[in-house]
Design a protein. Structure first.
Length: 325
């Protein structure tokens, strides 16, 4: 009787690219989205577990610890006897290769707005004019389809984009379904605009088909099945601004898939943008240039329930099947 023997060996970690995933933070209760590498570490990169959103491959990924360590000294001459962690912190930066609602918002840092299709005769404004009248999503809607009255479908067409959210009716604090998209101090600050929440919402999608019964969406809505009272407006694109007092905050996961089956994961439960919007122009073949979105973040702390320590990042390594430990 023979027994097969595997020749395990220590192998270098080699990877080609880094992939980014983001998930919402409950800003009201300060609860981030937690990624557990012991349960989900080997997920399919093309099908991240809920609520993680795939932002694709990124470039120039760089992370840095800003923690400082000091020494407690005693005696003459003074000699270091102990070490203490004086501050805990970290930053991370990279470039998004693909422009989208979420990548633009993450890179910009402040409120990110939808350009609602303007009403006829609307007054020009830098972040978009007043929008055309929103229509109500009917019962029977799902995450990938919006039921509408037949008379309301005429303002939509296949290929258009839509924002789906509730009317603004005087709410203060964080607003936005699925993701807290802005913080409202007062109704007067947003001109009591019934479209304001749809102007900032992340609950957006591309329409793939229109019928007399409603809209078929090319992707599921981030906030799930439309709630009672949600309305729909066509949007033309997105706009962000340099300035503003609101900070985006998201949970982030960065994955380095190794060439020999290993995987390195960096989980930042709370990231806030630490820079304004910026782009980099990379020459492909003159005169063509690729425009990438520059993003930089500061990590904020969470408490690890295993031991009560405050931390800002979790780095995990999942060895390949033939890697010597």
């Amino acid at each position: 009787m023979s027994t097969a023997v595997t020749n395990y060996m220590a192998l270098p970690t080699v990877n080609r690219r880094v992939r980014a995933y983001f998930a919402p933070v409950d800003r009201v209760h300060q609860v981030p989205s937690i990624f557990d590498p012991s349960q989900l570490g080997q997920f399919s990169l093309n099908a991240p577990p809920s609520p993680w959103i795939d932002l694709g491959w990124i470039e120039n990924f760089a992370r840095k610890s800003t923690s400082t360590i000091g020494a407690l000294s005693s005696g003459i001459p003074s000699v270091a006897q102990y070490q203490v962690r004086e501050t805990t912190g970290a930053t991370v930066s990279f470039q998004f290769k693909v422009w989208s609602k979420l990548s633009m918002a993450l890179a910009a840092g402040s409120q990110h707005m939808n350009l609602i299709q303007p009403a006829s005769g609307g007054v020009a404004n830098g972040s978009g004019a007043k929008g055309m009248v929103a229509v109500t999503a009917q019962s029977g809607s799902t995450t990938t389809s919006i039921a509408l009255n037949a008379a309301d479908t005429s303002q939509f067409s296949a290929g258009c984009m839509v924002a789906v959210d509730v009317d603004y009716t005087g709410q203060t604090g964080f607003v936005g379904s699925g993701v807290f998209a802005a913080f409202v101090r007062s109704a007067t600050a947003v001109n009591n605009d019934p479209d304001y929440i749809r102007r900032v919402t992340f609950n957006v999608a591309r329409v793939s088909a229109v019928s007399t019964s409603g809209l078929q969406l090319a992707q599921p809505l981030l906030a799930g099945v439309p709630a009672t009272g949600m309305k729909v407006q066509p949007i033309l694109g997105f706009v962000d601004r340099e300035g503003g007092s609101f900070f985006q905050e998201w949970s982030a996961l960065f994955v380095m898939p190794g060439e020999q089956g290993e995987r390195v994961l960096f989980h930042y439960p709370r990231l806030q943008a630490m820079q304004g919007s910026a782009e980099t122009m990379d020459t492909l073949v003159s005169p063509l240039e690729r425009v990438t979105l520059n993003a930089g973040f500061r990590a904020l702390p969470v408490t690890d329930s295993n031991d009560g320590e405050q931390v800002v990042c979790f780095r995990s390594f999942l060895p390949g099947s033939v890697t010597l430990l």
